[in-house]
Design a protein around this ligand. Structure first.
Ligand SMILES: NC(=O)c1ccc[n+]([C@@H]2O[C@H](COP(=O)([O-])OP(=O)(O)OC[C@H]3O[C@@H](n4cnc5c(N)ncnc54)[C@H](OP(=O)(O)O)[C@@H]3O)[C@@H](O)[C@H]2O)c1
Length: 369
């Protein structure tokens, strides 16, 4: 097997030849891509494979075998599945995936066997596991013990996981909001977006979100307390739409989608506005679609446009966790989750992200605890 950076952390296919005798073997079903993906992902791009794996380690091994419980389904994985994407070069988490390779992904699991003194059997763990039923984590892998703090396991993939950190760091550290400012969030009912909007409201901003259905718009306004929301699929002139929702202009735009929505937001920004470019999902599946904001507006309105990666903001992790746990415990914040069941549902769960099927954090429950 070819060794890449990530395989310092994860052994894709579990080696059954070194297992001690008397070992219990199980079937490990996992999801992989058949070939590189060019446009929007479809069912036929994926394969569900199975391998027989030992639930024991060779003497001296420091690996950890994890039974996967929940795995995260994230838009960025599509860029790893392409033959080539600039994202693949700049973060080991976004490294290219080869056809046939198991997909590593954030998730929660339970330790089955451990050769690593940091972990014991039955420990709950969170980190980089795989789109599979079992994962083998090599020494140095991104894995830590999970203290649930009384929250459901699923929360640790969403509002208390990477999505939550993305929302917190992106909003507070990148957008640098001031109370009373006008905030616009795209893909606002999604995993990151619904948390951003709630942080912004709780901080004292005026918040409008956009999403792709009536049902999502209702959730934003009625369940999450957004000041307003609209279905962008019903609008033909996005700049005019935003002018309607923000007659006094936008101060902060949290961009999850890119392309024409970004152009329209910048068209409506106030002097000194900030754009946090979190993601550009509408461009991931269509290489020809690119935001081309009016740079004269950017200059004369002194707008800051900044891309960011949540992984760069571990410095705010403690603040993020204590603030968010407090909001959840006091019911000031709602966590939206969209859960499919079984490893076999991973491809459709993933495809659904690009068709707007999910409300809140998309994840797959692989097994009960
Ligand atoms: N920078 C970072 O560190 C970081 C970390 C996590 C995520 N991200 C990025 O943040 C964004 C949101 O991620 P997420 O995990 O929270 O996903 P998500 O919002 O839960 O799911 C994707 C949502 O995007 C919307 N969407 C899909 N295709 C679209 C299109 N062509 N145009 C407009 N909207 C579209 C859909 O909602 P609608 O029904 O509203 O269309 C869909 O439900 C993504 O761009 C992702 O790559 C960045």
């Amino acid at each position: 097997m070819e060794v890449t950076n990530r395989y310092v952390a994860i052994q894709a296919h579990i080696d059954s030849t070194t297992a001690p005798q008397e070992t219990k073997f199980v079937a490990n079903r996992y999801v992989t891509i058949k070939a590189h993906i060019g446009g929007a992902p479809k069912d036929s791009d994926f394969e569900l494979k199975s391998e027989t794996v030992p639930l024991s380690l060779a003497p001296g091994s420091q690996d950890v075998i994890v039974k996967n419980l929940y795995v995260s389904i994230d838009p960025y994985q599509i860029n790893r599945m392409k033959h080539c994407s600039s994202s693949q070069k700049f973060s080991y988490l976004a490294a290219a995936l080869a056809p046939g390779e198991i997909v590593d992904a954030y998730g929660v699991g339970k330790v089955v066997v451990s050769g690593n003194p940091e972990f014991q059997k039955d420990d709950l763990v969170v980190g980089l596991i795989t789109w599979a039923e079992y994962s083998v984590i090599k020494p140095g892998g991104m894995l830590r013990k999970l203290d649930t703090m009384g929250f459901p396991l699923s929360n640790h993939l969403g509002v208390l996981g990477f999505s939550g950190l993305t929302a917190y760091a992106g909003f507070f550290e990148v957008c640098k909001p001031k109370k009373g400012e006008k905030v616009f969030v795209s893909a606002a009912s999604g995993s990151v977006g619904h948390v951003v909007g709630q942080y912004a409201k709780l901080f004292g901003c005026y918040v409008v979100g956009c999403a792709g259905s009536k049902e999502k718009v209702a959730v934003l306004k009625e369940k999450l307390g957004f000041d307003d929301a609209f279905n962008y699929k019903e609008e033909s002139d996005l700049a005019a739409t935003l002018k309607r929702y923000f007659p006094d202009g936008i101060d902060v735009y949290f961009d999850n989608v890119g392309a024409e929505m970004q152009e329209a937001a910048i068209d409506n920004m106030n002097i000194g506005g900030r754009v946090a470019v979190c993601g550009v999902i509408s461009e991931y599946t269509d290489g020809a679609r690119k935001a081309a904001p009016n740079m004269i507006d950017v200059i004369y309105r002194r707008i800051t446009i900044r891309g960011f990666l949540a992984a760069d903001f571990t410095n705010v992790y403690a603040d993020y966790m204590s603030t968010t746990c407090d909001y959840l415990r006091t019911d000031k914040m709602q966590s939206l989750e969209d859960i499919s069941d079984g490893v076999e549902s991973i491809p459709s769960a993933f495809i659904g992200l690009f068709q707007g099927h999910n409300i809140g954090k998309k994840m797959v429950r692989i097994a009960e605890e």
